[in-house]
Design a binder for this molecule. Structure first.
Ligand SMILES: *[C@@H]1O[C@H](CO)[C@@H](O)[C@H](O)[C@H]1NC(C)=O
Ligand SMILES: *[C@@H]1O[C@H](CO)[C@@H](O)[C@H](O)[C@H]1NC(C)=O
Ligand SMILES: *[C@@H]1O[C@H](CO)[C@@H](O)[C@H](O)[C@H]1NC(C)=O
Ligand SMILES: *[C@@H]1O[C@H](CO)[C@@H](O)[C@H](O)[C@H]1NC(C)=O
Ligand SMILES: *[C@@H]1O[C@H](CO)[C@@H](O)[C@H](O)[C@H]1NC(C)=O
Ligand SMILES: *[C@@H]1O[C@H](CO)[C@@H](O)[C@H](O)[C@H]1NC(C)=O
Ligand SMILES: *[C@@H]1O[C@H](CO)[C@@H](O)[C@H](O)[C@H]1NC(C)=O
Ligand SMILES: *[C@@H]1O[C@H](CO)[C@@H](O)[C@H](O)[C@H]1NC(C)=O
Ligand SMILES: *[C@@H]1O[C@H](CO)[C@@H](O)[C@H](O)[C@H]1NC(C)=O
Ligand SMILES: *[C@@H]1O[C@H](CO)[C@@H](O)[C@H](O)[C@H]1NC(C)=O
Ligand SMILES: *[C@@H]1O[C@H](CO)[C@@H](O)[C@H](O)[C@H]1NC(C)=O
Ligand SMILES: *[C@@H]1O[C@H](CO)[C@@H](O)[C@H](O)[C@H]1NC(C)=O
Length: 617
């Protein structure tokens, strides 16, 4: 009897498993719906478990740390996760719990992560979403606040403990804004998410809160000079996106879920509801290409966990529909006539005063309502390109593709008379047996030497050669070989090695190293930091092709030292001035390929006479 029962239960167990799977496949029953809140340890464990179980479509990212050192995690869900993002696949994000005591969104994102990963491959809609979208879910941006919050607290505690981070700061008042441009005052949580937003081309986003039931859209403030009545130039689109979310959630669509307030269609403009400054959704719109709205989920901020299943039911369709909206409008590539991507090109829609910019790979995404548009792409150094009568269909599953080819404007190309009268050479420890006396008598006027690389490395010859060169009365310069790490730290490392900078030309060398290269931001951070500390200008050194990726307004104004081993000098789009031209690396390019006392080496031409060179230095 005993063994028979056991057998039966095994068989029944099997049967139930099979059965449950087929029910789950049609999305009616979700095994992951345990009605309780996960603490921050459990959240991390769950996210890593999802990653482990779905290595092809899920990956956990730590985007920063909270004030108390807890990890701020996001899980990425998309097909082909191990590879770099497929070109033109849009990035989407959901962020919850930036107010640590507003907790329902946190659990919903944990459910959503499990829903997407468990149904991928069996449910057509989920598979399509995961295949076409690079999704990021961040259950909590404020783990410290969450840990300090109390289950059952419908309103914030005294002093906003739990709502705020551990330093007592409300993170949704902590973002830089249009008339408060400081990027230095932020909390660690805010800084982490700002870097994340600025360094990734997110297209669409929502941010979950509690204490009301409504979808609220930018602006959150009446910026008197750029908006009328708190409206963004994309007001109609934001209203549409908000209604998309609200209309699928019966409680939100009703508009009167919480007693004291009524929201028509379950949506509101942020500023119209109540004004706030330093919010995340305004930051997204003002400083990035991303469109974000704020979703308030429950009247009670930290309700009993018994509401969680119901809240998942109310929000599941909204969550999916809103993610699908990332495909509204147009997307495409902006390239030059040789099919090279143009980073930082601006996409302008006639009639909407809000532009988006292309990524390093030349991609852009522009969310738009169905309609007919005139669209232009612009980049410094290129002829603008305009398309008229672009039809955007009412199809949120597929964007309209509009690619642009921009033609390079006439270059300032000039034949340079390469004389040896103003010899500038640049060296590093790779050049051995250096005799500056001989180099000087062969016409050398100035030497630029490698000082440092990355955040640790120093050039072993820098100091001794500096002394030797100064003894010969040669002008001296120092360059830093930048790597793909923090620009401020690199700047300080460089200055430590260079020491007294007053008679030294300072250069940042931007070139690939181990398949990596500094980002635009790292380059700017480096230069600005050195300038700030030394009060001297910094020159940027890079090849013609590399420079094309760094045509930011700031860098276009930076003194240029260009490497181009060509018979003619040609400047990349955007740059109209050069100071130094490295015309040979000792092997390629114009002659001569070296100098007495050094042998084959990098030689550089200064734009001007020796007197001008001395004056410039
Ligand atoms: C989180 O929950 C787990 C499991 O319930 C428990 O063992 C752990 O102590 C909790 N951690 C914290 C920091 O509360
Ligand atoms: C808006 O006005 C503020 C203060 O009047 C000013 O600081 C800011 O630069 C203005 N912004 C724009 C975009 O004009
Ligand atoms: C919203 O819900 C309340 C209470 O359930 C109901 O009385 C009211 O008619 C609903 N309003 C709308 C606009 O559906
Ligand atoms: C477009 O917006 C910018 C600020 O973002 C503002 O300075 C400019 O005046 C606006 N242009 C028009 C035509 O409204
Ligand atoms: C797109 O079509 C859907 C369904 O036909 C409709 O509900 C929606 O309002 C349309 N959207 C726009 C912006 O016209
Ligand atoms: C735009 O470029 C992408 C990427 O090269 C390509 O897949 C797509 O077919 C192009 N679309 C059009 C309309 O030319
Ligand atoms: C740039 O556009 C202008 C005006 O449309 C045109 O005359 C010129 O030939 C274009 N230049 C290039 C390089 O395409
Ligand atoms: C410098 O050296 C080159 C050979 O490398 C020689 O042709 C040239 O005449 C020398 N110039 C001077 C000024 O010594
Ligand atoms: C730095 O160098 C300049 C020029 O060589 C010199 O005049 C100055 O005294 C030096 N400053 C220090 C602090 O050594
Ligand atoms: C440079 O210094 C100014 C004034 O001291 C400061 O406002 C700015 O933030 C500094 N910039 C950098 C990149 O350190
Ligand atoms: C410019 O950026 C693109 C995209 O990141 C990269 O593929 C390309 O290699 C870069 N070009 C140079 C010369 O660094
Ligand atoms: C060369 O230098 C002169 C100043 O000496 C400047 O006017 C000119 O614009 C520079 N040429 C280029 C192409 O940078």
């Amino acid at each position: 009897m005993y063994s028979f029962l056991l057998k039966l239960s095994v068989i029944t167990g099997l049967f139930i498993t099979v059965c449950a799977k087929s029910i789950r496949e049609v999305g009616l029953h979700e095994e992951f719906l345990d009605e309780r809140y996960y603490n921050t340890t459990e959240i991390a464990n769950l996210l890593y478990k999802i990653e482990k179980q779905n290595p092809m479509i899920a990956r956990v990212h730590e985007i920063g740390e909270s004030s108390l050192g807890q990890s701020i995690l996001a899980i990425e869900i998309t097909s082909n996760i191990g590879q770099s993002r497929r070109i033109l696949k849009p990035m989407f994000k959901y962020i919850a719990n930036m107010h640590g005591d507003e907790t329902v969104g946190l659990q919903l994102l944990l459910y959503l992560a499990q829903y997407l990963t468990s149904l991928y491959g069996s449910d057509d809609r989920v598979s399509r979403i995961v295949d076409t979208t690079d999704i990021f879910l961040m259950p909590t941006l404020n783990p410290d606040g969450y840990s300090a919050s109390q289950e059952g607290d419908c309103n914030s505690q005294k002093g906003y403990a739990g709502r705020n981070n551990a330093k007592g700061v409300d993170l949704n008042r902590n973002f830089p804004q249009i008339d408060k441009k400081s990027f230095n005052m932020q909390q660690p949580e805010t800084r982490a998410v700002i870097e994340w937003i600025l360094n990734n081309p997110f297209v669409l986003s929502a941010n979950f809160h509690g204490g009301a039931v409504v979808a609220s859209y930018p602006f959150d403030k009446y910026y008197r000079n750029i908006s009328q009545g708190g409206k963004t130039p994309d007001d109609a689109l934001f209203r549409y996106l908000s209604i998309k979310y609200a209309s699928k959630n019966p409680k939100m669509a009703n508009g009167s879920a919480c007693q004291e307030e009524h929201f028509k269609n379950g949506i509101t403009n942020g500023a119209e509801w109540y004004e706030l400054e330093g919010g995340m959704q305004d930051f997204n719109y003002i400083y990035s290409n991303c469109f974000e709205i704020t979703i308030e989920l429950t009247c009670c901020k930290f309700p009993s966990p018994s509401v969680l299943t119901k809240e998942w039911e109310y929000n599941r369709e909204s969550l999916l529909t809103y993610m699908e909206s990332v495909h509204m409008g147009i997307k495409g590539l902006v390239q030059d006539e040789n099919n090279n991507p143009i980073p930082g090109a601006t996409i302008h829609i006639v009639g909407i005063n809000h532009t988006v910019k292309t990524t390093n790979r030349g991609e852009y995404w522009r969310l738009l309502l169905p309609g007919i548009y005139t669209i232009s792409a612009n980049a410094p150094g290129y002829n603008a390109s305009v398309y008229r009568n672009i039809l955007v269909k009412n199809d949120t599953l597929r964007s309209t593709t509009v690619n642009f080819t921009l033609h390079t404007l006439k270059q300032s190309s000039e034949l340079i008379d390469v004389d040896t009268s103003n010899v500038v050479i640049d060296l590093s420890h790779w050049n051995v047996n250096v005799d500056f006396g001989m180099a000087k008598s062969n016409g050398t006027v100035a030497v630029i030497h490698k000082a440092t690389q990355g955040i640790r490395n120093i050039d072993s010859c820098y100091r001794t050669r500096r002394i030797a060169a100064e003894k010969e009365g040669l002008l001296w310069g120092a360059y830093h070989f930048g790597t793909n790490t923090n620009g401020v730290i690199q700047a300080n490392h460089f200055l430590n090695q260079v020491g007294n900078t007053s008679a030294t030309l300072l250069v940042l060398n931007v070139e690939p190293y181990k398949n990596n290269i500094m980002t635009q931001k790292q380059v700017e951070d480096f230069i600005k930091t050195v300038q700030n500390i030394t009060n001297n200008f910094v020159m940027i050194y890079a090849s013609y092709n590399t420079l094309k990726n760094y045509s930011t307004p700031f860098l276009l104004k930076t003194p240029l030292w260009i490497a181009l081993y060509n018979t003619q000098l040609k400047l990349p789009p955007g740059w109209d001035k050069w100071v130094l031209w490295q015309y040979t690396d000792g092997k390629k390019g114009l002659w001569p390929h070296g100098v007495n006392g050094v042998g084959l080496c990098d030689r550089d031409k200064f734009n001007g006479s020796i007197d001008k060179l001395r004056a410039f230095w």
